[in-house]
Design a protein around this ligand. Structure first.
Ligand code: ZN
Ligand code: ZN
Length: 352
C-alpha cells in the first residue's frame, strides 16, 4: 500500500488543491505517527512537512519519519502560514472560526483557504495490516476483560462497580478504555447511552454491557446483553429478535454494499417483530483511531463498504421504562464478507 502521505497527496489532486493543512491531532497522528498534543501537517506534491513546537521536538524525532519535522519557535499560525501556497485545504470540521480568521490574516498574498474537512478521515476508513492488528488486539483485550468481569458476577453489585471492574481488567492488560463503559440493567437498558449508576443489579433482569478497549491508539467496541436469571417472556423474545436482526446484517455485509442496505437488513427484522419505533439509532459505525468514524451503517448513509474497513454491527430494541437489548460485534470487511473480531458468544447467556 502507498504511504499515507502519498494517499493524501493523491486526494489533493482530486480536489484540485495545492496544499492540505491538517490540524486535527488524530489526523496528524494517522499521517505521521506523532502522539503529542501540538502538531500540524502541510502536505502537497512532494511536500511532507510536520510542524510542532520545542516541547515536542524530541518526541517527533522518535515518532515521525517520512515527514520533515519543523520546530516552530515564534508565532504558531505564522509558522504554518509561511509554508502554504495556492489553494490550501483546511479542516473546516475541526478548525475553530477564530483560528481560521487568525490564519487567514497571516496567509501570504494569493494564498486561499478552502474548506476540505473529511479528506484525511476518508483515507482512514480503509485500514492497513498494522491498524487491523491493533484493532484486533484491542478487541481481544476488551473481550478478556469482559469475561473476567462476568466471572465476578453482576447480582448484588452496582452498575458502577461492574463498570469499574471492567476498566480495572482493561488497565491490567495494558490498555485504556476507548469510551466510558455502559452497564445498564433492567429499565436503564432502554437508554442506548445510559451511564452506569448506583442501581444494584437484581436477579431476573437483562443487563446491557457496551465496552471497548484502546491499545496503541486504536479502539475496540462491542456489546453483549446478559440475563441475571430468567428475564421473562418478553425479555427473551426481544433478545431473540435483536439476535436475528444482528445475524441478518452480518450476512448482508460485503464490499460494494451500501451502509444503508446493511442497516435495512437488520431493521426489517426488528420492524417485522413489531418494534419499528424501538430501534432509534443507526446500525453501526467505523472504528479506528476514533471510536466513531466512517463508514456509517444507517438509513441516512451513502457510504459504500470496502475491503479492510472496520465497522460495528449493533442493532438494539429499547422499551422505555422496561428493558433494552443490544448486540454489537466489531468486524473487518473482507473480499468475500467479513472477519469477526468479537469472540464472545451471542446466545442469551446467564450471569449470576
Ligand atoms: Zn458499543
Ligand atoms: Zn458502537
Amino acid at each position: 500500500m502507498r504511504s499515507r502521505g502519498d494517499r493524501l497527496e493523491a486526494a489533493l489532486a482530486e480536489h484540485e488543491l495545492d496544499r492540505m493543512l491538517v490540524t486535527d491531532l488524530t489526523n496528524v497522528r494517522y499521517l505521521t505517527g506523532f502522539t503529542g498534543t501540538n502538531g500540524a501537517v502541510v502536505c502537497g506534491p512532494g511536500l511532507r512537512v510536520f510542524l510542532t513546537d520545542f516541547r515536542y521536538t524530541e518526541r517527533a524525532v522518535a515518532e515521525v519519519s517520512e515527514w520533515e519535522t519543523v520546530t516552530v519557535t515564534g508565532d504558531w499560525l505564522a509558522g504554518i502560514a509561511e509554508r502554504l501556497e495556492g489553494k490550501v485545504g483546511f479542516e473546516d470540521d475541526h478548525m475553530s472560526v477564530r483560528a481560521l480568521t487568525k490564519l487567514e490574516e497571516k496567509l501570504p498574498d494569493g494564498v486561499e483557504a478552502v474548506a476540505a474537512g473529511g479528506a484525511v478521515e476518508a483515507l482512514r476508513r480503509v485500514k492497513d495490516a498494522q491498524e487491523l492488528a491493533a484493532i484486533a488486539e484491542a478487541a481481544k483485550l476488551a473481550d478478556a476483560a469482559l469475561k473476567a468481569t462476568l466471572e465476578e458476577g453482576f447480582v448484588g453489585r452496582t452498575e458502577r462497580a461492574v463498570a469499574a471492574a471492567f476498566e480495572a481488567h482493561v488497565r491490567a492488560g495494558g490498555g485504556t478504555l476507548s469510551f466510558d463503559t455502559i452497564v445498564a440493567s433492567g429499565p436503564n437498558g432502554a437508554q442506548p447511552h445510559a451511564e452506569p449508576g448506583d442501581r444494584v443489579i437484581p436477579k431476573g433482569e437483562l443487563v446491557t454491557f457496551d465496552n471497548g478497549a484502546k491499545l496503541d491508539g486504536y479502539c475496540s467496541d462491542g456489546t453483549r446483553t446478559y440475563a441475571t436469571g430468567d428475564p421473562g417472556e418478553e425479555g427473551v423474545r426481544v433478545y431473540e429478535t435483536v439476535l436475528a436482526a444482528h445475524q441478518a446484517a452480518m450476512e448482508a455485509i460485503r464490499p460494494g454494499v451500501k451502509g444503508e442496505d446493511v442497516d435495512k437488513a437488520a431493521r426489517d427484522v426488528i420492524d417485522a417483530a413489531g418494534h419499528k419505533d424501538h430501534f432509534g439509532h443507526g446500525l453501526g459505525h467505523g472504528v479506528g483511531l476514533d471510536i466513531h468514524e466512517g463508514p456509517r451503517l444507517s438509513l441516512r448513509s451513502d457510504d459504500v463498504l470496502a475491503t479492510n474497513e472496520v465497522v460495528t454491527v449493533e442493532p438494539g430494541i429499547y422499551l422505555a421504562g422496561d428493558l433494552g437489548v443490544r448486540i454489537e460485534d466489531l468486524v473487518v470487511i473482507t473480499d468475500d464478507g467479513l472477519r469477526n473480531l468479537s469472540s464472545l458468544p451471542k446466545d442469551l447467556t446467564y450471569v449470576d
